[in-house]
Design a binder for this molecule. Structure first.
Ligand code: ASN
Length: 306
């Protein structure tokens, strides 16, 4: 097990607090509503359609004979909020993802973490890139300014970065660098960068102009810290949603059925994403493992102490 000294723990707490403060003030300033998270629901994305997922199972509790899932992602709730007229919002949302213990040493996986999940009605991929570029750039500056002692303690030399962050197509990256492109490029990059067109969830929008391409994205941190955010423009075409659901054989899943009902009534175009708070703190502090930044670590394969 990793060891984190008491001064380091306190320093991670201070940086986390700075991250939360800047996150709320940044999104509020840009007109995003903040809403409260859900922790239990009849629906949550179980991530079955995502080839990158290693979640063992989705857990639920029974309350008054109703089965309520532990939230893995608020993606479906985000689309319901948009459909109900909320223009743009963000949520600091606790997510439970019971990861395979083989992910213990990846440095970036937790089975309980917090995701800043946001969504913007009518937005396109590029709108999200500009918001997030400004967010990461300002966050780095903020932490340099407010947490110099903490950065020094970690031996972390954090430098201001410039945008716009570069954008790459995933197929091109795989062709040029093989399946390990993420780690390789993250280690060599000077700034975070965007990767688009990732074959995954049925709710991400297929690119109508380019067959086999998707209008979705990941933001990858530089410095070997890998994935920061995943998101996309959302699919609103019921026929396309149905064919993707069938291709992944998800039609029997209750969360998919609830989503299909919504999609049949008509979805409203939006785009958004979600980034992990703990991963962001790890990036800023250079922590060896994302579990190090948690006062109460939730690392797959490690017992919970408190
Ligand atoms: N938050 C992600 C998104 O907005 C989805 C997820 O958590 N699986 O696309």
């Amino acid at each position: 097990m990793r060891t984190v000294s008491k001064p380091e723990r306190l320093a991670y707490e201070k940086v986390t607090s700075g991250v939360l403060q800047h996150t709320t003030s940044f999104f509020h300033k840009r007109g995003f509503n903040q809403r409260l998270p859900q922790i239990l629901s009849t629906i949550t994305d179980t991530l079955d359609g995502d080839p990158g997922s290693a979640v063992l199972k989705s857990e639920s509790i029974t309350y008054l004979e109703q089965r309520l899932m532990l939230m893995q992602s608020m993606i479906l709730h985000k689309q319901i909020l948009i459909k109900n007229g909320v223009e743009k919002f963000f949520i600091i949302s606790p997510n439970i993802r019971l990861e395979n213990p083989v992910r213990r040493t990846t440095g970036k996986h937790l089975f309980e973490f917090n995701q800043v999940d946001f969504e913007v009605r009518g937005a396109k991929m590029k709108d999200i890139f500009r918001v997030m570029d400004a967010f990461i750039i300002s966050m780095v500056n903020k932490i340099i300014e407010t947490c110099p002692k903490e950065l020094e303690l970690f031996g972390r030399v954090l430098k201001p970065i410039k945008g716009p962050f570069p954008v790459y197509d995933m197929d091109e990256l795989v062709k040029a660098h093989g399946p390990e492109w993420e780690q390789k490029l993250s280690e060599g990059a000077k700034t975070p960068f965007w990767v688009t067109s990732i074959p995954r969830e049925f709710y991400d929008k297929a690119d109508p102009a380019h067959e086999g391409k998707f209008l979705n994205y990941d933001l990858i941190y530089n410095g070997g810290f890998c994935e920061a955010l995943s998101g996309g423009e959302r699919e609103t075409d019921f026929g396309i949603i149905m064919s993707k659901v069938r291709a992944h054989n998800l039609q029997e899943k209750p969360y998919v059925q609830a989503f299909l009902k919504l999609a049949e009534e008509g979805l409203v175009p939006s785009a958004g994403g979600g980034f992990g708070v703990e991963r962001l703190v790890r990036y800023l502090t250079g922590a060896p493992h994302v579990g190090d930044v948690q006062m109460f670590p939730r690392v797959p394969g490690e017992p919970v102490i408190v």
